[in-house]
Design a protein around this ligand. Sequence first.
Ligand code: AMP
Length: 394
Amino acid sequence: MGWQSLDAMDFAGKTALVRVDINVPIDAGKVTDATRITAVLPTIRHIAAAGGKVVLLAHFGRPKGKVVAEMSLRQVLPALEAALGHPVGFAEDCIGLPAKRVIGAMEPGDVVLLENTRFHPGEEKNDAELAASMAALGDIYVNDAFSAAHRAHASTEAIARLLPSCAGRLMEAELKALEAALGKPERPVVAVVGGAKVSTKLDLLGNLVGKVDDLVIGGGMANTFLAAKGVPVGKSLCEHDLADTARTILDHAKETGCRIHLPVDLVVAREFREGAAHEVVTTCPDDAMILDAGPASIAAIAAVFDAARTLIWNGPLGAFEIEPFDTATNAAARHAAALTKAGGLISVAGGGDTVAALNRAGAAADFTYISTAGGAFLEWMEGKVLPGVAALER
Ligand code: AMP
């Protein structure tokens, strides 16, 4: 871990430029889910309590380098003030005179939000000039936007090279959890990869096969592997054109000693709907589709979890949005949660659907760490360098 935390910095009397992800959902001008705002409060409070001035840099929506009134961060201000319990100043631009004026009037402990960084075309181009204009506003750069760290943007990458930089508390928590799961994990490590398609998770599978001891493949993507092994999959979601790719992954796993676990029994139905008539089979009839893993598969997954010390999870094991095809996902999630609670397992999960599935199963609270950073979490699992993190590691 080559980056520094907030504890390494002296914020007294300094202006800290803090990159946050407060790209929250808004309906009729009101924030409908403030989770991302709540998540950055510890960093804001730390700097303010240390006598620093907190200047927030953030993006909102996709204005594509133009000023778009509906994507003004001003709309987020009331929710930010409510969460912080403290007034927050606002500047109409994230650089130049408007920003300088507002920042110039700040006292230690004050918090100011700057307008949407993506109103400038240079933001998504990682433009050095824009980064320099932002850096000129402060003394220290803090990145607390792990979920934006997979993008090399001016406010996440270039700016970090211009000022003394560190990770905020949320970024620190994400990086520590991911390091514990894949960097230097306690072994055996098991990864669960599920979801709809193999094609969207090829890099993920490729990286994991070289790193983990056990790989549980589930959901629609398991069908592609079963078909590649000659198991009939009927009308199931299946990428038949990726059969060779699936076989290459299986061969690679043999070389690295990674044990691959595919479903050994299947829950099939003739319709994709809630409560559809279903049966447990080992090969899928021609007119049916696989929608979940069966009881023997659930037991096998539980046994793999029992033997593991670390679990990293992305993607559901079946069509979890419709009952009863959420059974395998729920059972595996609850088993992982129970093992974690008992102290035997470090469990880390992430990705949009995964968080929804674990919440549905009532298992999320007992996981060691749930990452809310969709794309950045996946890229990290894929073994890619996150530019926003690399810039902090200089
Ligand atoms: P992903 O976004 O790749 O993680 O995929 C999640 C989606 O995969 C969810 O909407 C699931 O309903 C779907 N899924 C999982 N297993 C199956 C399956 N056997 N057949 C069809 N869809 C599935």
